[in-house]
Ligand binder design. Sequence first.
Ligand code: HEC
Length: 165
Amino acid sequence: MRKSFVVGTALVSFLGLMVIFAPGRLIGQAEESEGGGAKKLAEVCPLNQIMQDVETRNKKLNSSVRRATKTTLKGSAGKGIVHDAYMLALLADNASRYPIPADSKGNAAEWKKLSLAMRDHADTLAGAAKAGQATEAKEAYSSMQNSCTECHNKFRKEGSTTGGF
Ligand code: HEC
């Protein structure tokens, strides 16, 4: 009788401790794996590869968004804009998880902010194109391009001129 009481109390205390300590440990592990995962991501697919894909899609968008009207947005040009814009949003979201480039002027918080700004503007562009809103699409595209320039000013090495802004 007494023995099972002791065992029971021990079990309850153990479970209590698990509840108190487990969430912290799980969060710790998630952070650790995100950091490690980002490093691996950058090894398998370096940032400049992501940027080359960004550049290709951006060039296509540059001409199609400039010519966009309510009518062109209804056709295949519109579908192309929606697709490329969503891909840019995905690429930017991915880039936000990358470790910041070495020897840059910016910090991790700025990296996150600028990559997520690009993602959100690309997402807005896709939404506007889908809804047939040419003016809004142009505005979102121009805001997205500002995020390219802003990020390059802070994080790209001086003197690199291959494409982009
Ligand atoms: C969050 C920051 C960030 C944003 C946003 C960003 N870039 Fe970049 N980009 C970089 C960095 C850093 C490099 C240098 C990468 C390297 O050389 O390893 C780069 C490099 C490039 C390159 C050169 C790739 C090569 O061949 O080496 C191009 C082109 C480019 N970006 C285009 C764009 C365009 C277009 C946009 C916007 C649609 C954009 N980038 C948005 C950070 C960014």
